[in-house]
Design a protein around this ligand. Structure first.
Ligand code: FES
Length: 135
């Protein structure tokens, strides 16, 4: 505990006091080559420590995000992908994609078969079928 106390209360503050950080931006112009070397190495150590400290959390966050993405390439420039289809324009039977892998979005092109094969998933299209009118 004594070593930790010595580091936190004496060594680190003394080291930080000697880091040549100027009080103004103009002060950077007055730094010597030795000061610049000190400042760059200090920045590299602080930056690396920050990077390695936060990287696991960032990677975990990105992993969680990637895990939940369904749409990998359909109209990615839009905030939301939606389609309006006039019911009158539908054929007798129309397959709409639900797997987000179709190259004919919003219609199913069978891409869900490869997706299911590769992932073990079981998704397929939604089929809209016209019923003959009664009466
Ligand atoms: S291609 Fe997506 S459900 Fe068939």
């Amino acid at each position: 505990m004594e070593v930790l106390s010595y580091l936190v209360r004496d060594t680190v503050p003394n080291y930080l006091k000697n880091v040549p950080i100027p009080r103004t931006f103009k002060g950077f112009l007055d730094l010597s080559v030795k000061d610049w070397a000190h400042l760059v190495s200090f920045s590299a150590v602080v930056g690396s420590a920050g990077y390695f400290a936060f990287k696991p959390y960032y990677d975990k966050y990105r992993g969680i995000q990637q895990e939940h993405i369904m749409n990998f390439n359909i109209e990615k420039s839009k905030e939301k992908v939606y389609d309006i289809i006039d019911v009158e324009d539908l054929a007798e039977k129309t397959n709409f994609c639900r797997c987000w892998r179709s190259k004919r979005w919003p219609y199913c092109d069978g891409s869900h078969n490869l997706h299911n094969q590769l992932t073990g998933d079981n998704v397929a299209s939604i089929i809209m079928e016209r019923k003959p009118r009664s009466g």
